[in-house]
Design a binder for this molecule. Sequence first.
Ligand code: GDP
Ligand code: GDP
Length: 462
Amino acid sequence: MPFTVAIVGRPNVGKSTLFNRLVGRKLAIVHDLPGITRDRREGRASLMGVDFQVVDTAGFEELGGDSIEARMRFQTDRAVEEADVALLLIDARAGVTPLDRHFADHLRKAKTPVILVANKCEGKAGAPGLYEAYGLGMGEPVPVSAEHGEGMYELFEALMPHAQKAGVVLDDEDEDEFPPFPDETAEAAEAEVESDPGRPLTMVIVGRPNVGKSTLGNQLLGEERLLTGPEAGLTRDAIGVEWIHGGRAVKLVDTAGLRRKANIYDAVEKLSVANTLESIRRAEVVVLVMDAAQILDKQDLTILRLIADEGRALVVAVNKWDVVENPQVALGRLRDRLETSAPQVKGVRTVTMSALNGRGIPQLMDAVIDSWTVWNRRIPTAQLNRWLAEVIERHPPPALPGGRRYKIRYITQVKARPPTFALFATKPDELPESYVRYLVNGLREAFDLKGVPIRLFVRGGR
Ligand code: GDP
Ligand code: GDP
C-alpha cells in the first residue's frame, strides 16, 4: 500500500486545484460553481521527491444521503478511512465557515490523522482566515496556495512524519539521511525543532547573476568534501547537501540551481524571478548574495521583497569584499541603503565576505543560524502583554472619532517561522496603519526579532 493522502473539505475550498497541483497534471476541470460533479480521483503525486497516492474527494457532495452534511460525510469517511493522513482544506479567504467546523468536528472522531491546510493564502487576503483556522482546534494550519503552488514545502514538512510512519523513505539509498521530523502537535513540534540539532536547518543561496552564488556554494561545500562524501561530514540526498556548522545540521538545498551553471552561456544569464521564488520557497533561511560594487540595485530589492513576502529568514552576504577599496566607507553606505530600502527586514544580518578566498564564510554561517533561531522564536503571551501595556502607556493609539479611547485588549503569538502575532482590539479596521507599524517595530526591538519578517494581524472580538 503506497502512502495515501486524502484531500477533504467543503465544496470550493480548492481540493481539485490542490489535487492537480500535487499530481502535476490537469486531470480535472476546476469550476467556480460549488458542487460540480466529479468522479473520485486518485493520482500519483510527488512532493520534494517523495511519491505518494492522493485522493480527491471533490464532487462527493452530489452523492448519497439527504443533507449536504450527510452526503459529504459518507464519501469523506470512505476516503479518509483508506488514507494514511487527511488534508482538511479550508478557504482562508472565505474564513472558517460552519461547514468547515462541521468537517473538523467530524474528522476529529476519525482514526486517520488530519493536517489542517489553509488554501488561497497567496498575497495577504488569506491572513485573517489563517488566523481563524487556529480556532478549529486542529493544530497549526499549513498555509498554501494550491493555485500558485505556494506552501508546498511546508505541506511536505507536515506530511513527512506521517509518510515516515507509513514507511516511506526518500528515493535515496540511505534512510538515515532523512531528517527526523518531530511528530507532535505543530506547536510542540516547533519547540522541538529548536532543541533538536538532528533536524537540519535548510538554506538556499539566491542573488543576481554573477554576484558569486556558485563560487559561494562551492566554497561552502568544498569540491574535495563533495568528492570524499559523508566521511568528510557531508551527506546528500534528493533535496540537498547537509553538513554541520557550529553543532547545528545545515542543509543547502537547491544545489542543482548552483551547479546548473556549467557553460559559458550562463555568463549572460538574467535574473529569473520565477526561479528565485521557487528557491526561496524551498528553504527556511535565504542567503541573498550581493556584489559589493553594486549594492541593492533594483533586482536585489525585488528579491528582498520576495523573501519578505514569503516570510523567510534572511541573511545578506555582501560578496567580493576582497576588491573593495575603502571597506569602512563602503560598509557605512551599505548599512544606510539597507535601512532605508528594506524596512520589511529591518536590522537584517549583513555579512561582508569573499567567496573567492573564503573570508567571512564562517561568519556568514553563524548569521544563518542566528537568523533561523530568531525566525523560530516563540514569545510567551505573558511577556508580550507586559510589553504591550508599556508600549500603549508610552504612546497610546489615536482616539476614535468622538474622543472615545481606542481599546487594545491583548496580543499573542499565533505562530513562528516567521514570527506572527494577533492583536485583539475593539475596532480592528480603525487602528491606523502607522500604529501597527509602530507596534511591529516595537516588537522587533523588544524581542530582538531582527532581520526576519514579522506579521501582525489586528483582530476584533474576544
Ligand atoms: P473544490 O470544490 O474544493 O475542489 O475546489 P476547486 O479546486 O474546484 O476550486 C474552487 C475555486 O477556488 C476555483 O475557482 C479555483 O480556481 C479557486 N482556487 C483554488 N485554489 C486557489 C488558491 O490557491 N487561490 C485562489 N485565490 N483561488 C483558488
Ligand atoms: P553566480 O552567477 O552568482 O553564480 O556567480 P559566480 O559564482 O559564477 O561568480 C561570478 C564571477 O565573480 C566569477 O568570475 C567569480 O570568480 C567571481 N567572484 C565570485 N566571488 C568572488 C569574490 O568573492 N571576489 C572576487 N573578486 N570575485 C568573485
